[in-house]
Design a protein around this ligand. Structure first.
Ligand code: AQP
Length: 338
């Protein structure tokens, strides 16, 4: 079985409130990679239900994430866009990998600790097992590269450990080097966009405050208001990177500006060093609106045509299935399923 050298897999959960962090940390990078890689972009609905989702909203949000991929510039014909639950290999491979992954490894996952919080006994088994499903998502396609935000680094390392252990455990049975060790691609100046209300917390879909995030459905007025009210300190911007240390909120806004303008943070500070936030924030709001409004507009247009989105997901699901099934069949043969 031929191993591709440039196959990308990534996904976003359809849990609503798609935000600037999801865009800069992940979706935007999906677009550039299609020039050089074969790309499989998934709407990970099976991950979403690890926390209860309203079924009607889940369906809406699934289409919305697909619309965001297309609106951002992913070519739905050349690349594969689909929702995870359409391809049974994700669930089937998860079971095999559940038997390879170790409890000790999962117990170290910080995302589970954060999401389960104090009430760990009441978290779903799925939430605990989330990283194994994520490993299966990637390995079902023997993907080599995975563009993600910085927060997913630990899960990617786990996916590599699981792939390596599978290869070792079954080395004598055709498993040697069967799974490539997927490389994380953590790209750009804003790999971890922080909350606009608290520079120590990442921008997140589930933050109760809508003011903490810029979403991909926000209007120009929403964006301007959220940036104007973003928490900052009273100092002007520094001219050197060094001056952003211990200034998480300022660092975050400079990082967002740099990522949106395709500049380095150093270059942003050369231009805006010495400025007060009263002048930097409107410049940032204008830039954010300039970059996001075409995507927001196109997403809204696509969401009017759900038949088209559903046809993209269906065709993507069939193409994804055709890639995953032979890999899954080989896994079954390697582990001895008859
Ligand atoms: N703040 C962020 N900065 C940069 N990248 C981010 N990503 C998420 N938040 C940031 C990246 O977006 C991709 C999709 O994420 P996801 O929807 O699958 O999962 P998530 O990390 O749980 O997203 P949220 O928004 O933070 O949701 P909640 O509130 O449920 O925790 C991933 O590549 C992720 O790294």
């Amino acid at each position: 079985m031929e191993q591709p050298t440039n196959r990308v897999f990534s996904g976003v959960q359809p849990t609503g409130n798609l935000h600037l962090g999801n865009y800069l940390g992940a979706i935007r990078n999906f677009v550039g990679l299609q020039e050089t890689h074969e790309c499989i972009y998934c709407v990970v609905d099976m991950h979403a239900i690890t926390v209860w989702q309203d079924p009607k909203e889940l369906a809406h949000n699934t289409r919305e994430v697909a619309a965001a991929y297309i609106a951002a510039g992913v070519d739905a014909e050349k690349q594969v866009i689909f929702n995870q639950s359409k391809v049974s290999a994700h669930g089937e491979l998860t079971w095999v990998l559940n038997c390879v992954a170790r409890m000790g490894w999962l117990n170290r996952m910080t995302q589970f600790k954060e999401k389960a919080g104090k009430n760990r006994e009441n978290a779903s088994v799925g939430l605990y097992d989330y990283p194994v499903l994520m490993a299966a998502d990637i390995l079902a396609y023997r993907a080599t590269h995975v563009p993600v935000g910085d927060d997913q680094k630990q899960h990617l390392e786990l996916a590599r450990d699981i792939a390596q252990k599978f290869n070792n455990d079954f080395a004598a049975f055709g498993g040697e080097e069967f799974f490539p060790l997927p490389e994380p691609l953590i790209m750009g100046a804003a790999t971890r966009v922080m909350s606009l209300r608290d520079g120590s917390k990442k921008m997140s879909k589930s933050d109760p405050s809508d003011m903490s995030r810029i979403t991909l459905t926000d209007s120009a007025d929403d964006i301007a208001k959220k940036i104007r009210k973003a928490r900052t300190d009273p100092e002007p911007l520094p001219s050197e990177l060094e001056g952003l240390k211990e200034r998480a909120e300022a660092d975050n806004l400079v990082g967002i500006y740099a990522a949106l303008a395709d500049m380095t943070k150093e270059a942003v500070l050369q231009e805006h060093g010495g400025s007060q936030f009263s002048s930097f924030k409107p410049a940032l709001a204008e830039l954010a609106n300039e970059k996001l409004s075409p995507i927001t507009g196109e997403m809204a247009r696509l969401m009017e045509d759900t038949a088209y989105i559903d046809s993209v997901l269906k065709s993507g699901g069939e193409r994804a299935d055709a890639i995953a099934q032979p890999i899954l069949a080989k896994v079954k043969e390697i582990v001895g399923f008859v």
